[in-house]
Ligand binder design. Structure first.
Ligand code: NAI
Ligand code: MG
Length: 359
């Protein structure tokens, strides 16, 4: 098959890590008979320097036309880069928000995987880690508290502020479907997280998720209150397969989930909408402190490319091939600087990419 991928290298380490992910995709293409065509799209600081804005209409149109999007990261050193003298709407990160909005990407998936070989980096105790864990947090991205009506005003001479948390059943249905679809490709368990003991929006959430679950009889659905979930993530993360939750709970829980794996250079993410077109990117930023030094860990970006194969192109075997390649390289003891430990062999960005291709 032929696939058209919009590639957004972005800023800082972005171009270096995206380059390695492209090479890995090409290697998968050679092995399984696929051709990946890349169209480079400008975004972030790179776009500001050339066009004056972080995302042009043409760039957005090119992304929309593609089958899927692979992104490095955008942004520079916030205290020294001239991009940050600009008003917020013209800064690099505004390009990313415009892209997510322009493509209506309402579902954000962040896997939290603890690779056997990196158990040492996990802040949890050995007895909690056990045989490791592998779950995903599925966060609703375009509704809820962050998008509701808000206001700050004086009420009887007292400064008062409010934000509103609104969800309608359609918004809940579409994200729930993604969660169940993904659970079907994994271990067939969804844990829906809410605060239904207090919030009306959570009670509707719980009801609608249950209704959607009827279409997925093979998937086991459980509910959990968000405060309990925050505890369970550090007490027993092994219990989870897919955690499904609304925007703010997901924002907080996905950061917590990523930290229990202990390594920022390893965390992939996907943002999905109503179509197969998704945005795949590492969870970390553009790391301007190590840009251009061949030091960045490309694994989060390469894992994001594997997610693209799985979720946008339905190439499960190919996605597994990438993930197994990464596991083998780690088993052999190769490490970039961010995951380096005693007795291991330190390698650079390019070398890590090459080793993964070999595996
Ligand atoms: P960051 O994630 O870029 O870096 C934090 C620390 O982790 C740094 O010490 C960096 O060297 C290290 N690090 C990050 N990724 C790494 C990798 N792949 N391999 C090895 N080490 C790695 O976060 P920071 O410093 O807060 O932000 C830098 C810039 O990135 C800012 O302009 C920020 O706005 C932007 N940013 C962009 C994001 C995106 O494009 N989605 C997300 C987060 C931040
Ligand atoms: Mg956050």
């Amino acid at each position: 098959m032929n696939y058209n991928i919009a590639v957004i290298p972005g800023d800082g380490i972005g171009p270096e890590i995206v380059e390695e992910a492209k090479k890995v995709l090409d290697a998968v293409g050679r092995k399984y008979n696929h051709v990946f065509h890349y169209t480079e799209v400008l975004m972030g600081g790179a776009s500001i320097d050339k066009t004056g804005v972080p995302l042009t209409e043409e760039a957005l149109a090119a992304a929309k036309k593609s089958d899927s999007i692979l992104l490095g990261a955008v942004g520079g050193n916030v205290s020294t880069s001239p991009w940050y003298i600009l008003p917020p709407a013209l800064r690099p990160e505004a390009g990313l928000l415009a892209l997510r909005k322009g493509l209506n990407l309402f579902a954000n998936i962040r896997p939290a995987i603890l690779f056997d070989e990196l158990k040492g980096a996990c802040p949890l105790k050995d007895e909690i880690i056990g045989n490791g864990f592998d779950f995903v947090v599925m966060r609703e991205l375009t509704g809820g508290l962050y998008f509701g009506e808000r206001k700050t005003e004086e009420v009887d001479g007292i400064r008062t502020a409010y934000d509103s948390l609104v969800y309608n059943e359609n918004e809940i249905k579409r994200i729930a479907r993604w969660a169940f679809d993904i659970a079907m490709k994994r271990n067939k368990r969804v844990c829906s997280v809410d605060k239904a003991n207090v919030l009306d929006s959570s009670r509707l959430w719980r009801q609608v998720v249950k209704e959607v679950a009827k279409d997925y009889p093979e998937v086991e659905l459980t509910d959990m209150l968000v405060d309990n979930c925050a505890m369970q993530l550090v007490k027993d993360p092994k219990q989870f397969d897919v955690i499904l939750t609304e925007n703010m709970f997901g924002d907080i829980l996905s950061d917590e989930a990523s930290m229990v794996t202990g390594s920022i250079g390893m965390l992939a993410s996907a943002s999905l909408g109503d179509t197969k077109l998704g945005l795949y990117e590492p969870s970390h930023g553009s790391a301007p402190d190590i840009a251009g030094e061949n030091k960045a860990n490309p694994i989060a970006t390469i894992l994001s490319a594997a997610m693209m194969l799985r979720y946008s192109f339905e190439l499960e075997e190919e996605a597994n091939a990438i993930e197994n390649g990464i596991k083998n390289v780690l088993k052999k003891g190769y490490r970039t600087v961010d995951i380096m430990s005693e007795g291991k062999t330190m390698v650079g960005t390019k070398e890590m990419g090459q080793f993964i291709i070999k595996e």
